[in-house]
Design a protein around this ligand. Structure first.
Ligand SMILES: CC(C)(COP(=O)(O)OP(=O)(O)OC[C@H]1O[C@@H](n2cnc3c(N)ncnc32)[C@H](O)[C@@H]1OP(=O)(O)O)[C@@H](O)C(=O)NCCC(=O)NCCS
Length: 180
């Protein structure tokens, strides 16, 4: 478990399927994630089961819980994906699925915790990420935690009736160490 002041990150459990179903069937959330088909209970269960098998070596997924005194409650998910042991690289994914918790610093702290984990525990050299160009909160979060914009895949995604750029980000370990 990774613990900060606002959030803790803990491993995924089978009982999280209900949260994932709620968050990843909410169009206000999924517009930022490139998901556009209904998320079925079967697909969620399969995803969770695969975390215990083939994906176990390349994915480090966590549930984000908001800390409230002695208690905490699930508000989203975050993970390092496609962990590559040759290049020492991985890709960040983050979604605060409970909209009540948007723009209150929870995502930023969760990202900082998983980045620290990626560099200090997984021994990564580089973390990649991306966000749609209209996702102001995510663009801001990436820059705040130290990512640099590396380019744009122009009009790469079609969402809500229009094409948008995908903004590509990268964070190297040495850059992150200077920020600490
Ligand atoms: C993107 C996401 C992870 C950000 O987490 P969060 O907890 O909401 O964001 P934070 O409060 O930590 O930081 C957001 C920053 O964006 C800023 N912001 C919020 N709305 C903004 C807007 N409309 N324009 C510009 N900046 C904005 C905030 O002020 C804050 O920056 P600051 O600390 O410098 O003031 C979260 O909103 C989320 O999961 N959204 C839905 C799914 C998603 O977009 N996932 C990411 C896919 S790349």
């Amino acid at each position: 478990m990774l613990k900060g002041k606002l959030v803790l990150l803990r491993p995924v459990q089978r009982t999280d399927a209900g949260y994932f179903l709620k968050w990843f069937n909410d169009p206000e959330v999924t517009q930022y994630l490139g998901m556009y088909l209904p998320m079925t209970e079967m697909a969620e269960q399969k995803y969770i089961e695969e975390l215990g098998a083939s994906k176990a070596a390349t994915d480090a997924p966590f549930v984000v819980e908001a800390i409230d005194g002695d208690k905490s409650k699930p508000i989203g998910s975050i993970g390092l994906h496609r962990i590559n042991p040759k290049d020492h690289s991985a890709t960040l994914g983050i979604a605060i699925g409970d909209k009540q918790y948007w723009s209150k610093g929870y995502g930023t702290e969760a990202a900082r915790l998983i980045i620290k984990y990626g560099f200090e525990q997984v021994n990564l050299h580089r973390i990649s990420s991306s966000a749609w160009s209209f996702n102001e909160r995510s663009l801001r979060l990436h820059l705040k935690v130290g990512f640099r914009e590396e380019g744009r895949r122009r009009e790469a995604v079609y969402i809500n009736g229009a094409y948008h750029d995908e903004v590509m980000f990268g964070l190297l370990r040495e850059e992150w160490e200077k920020l600490k």
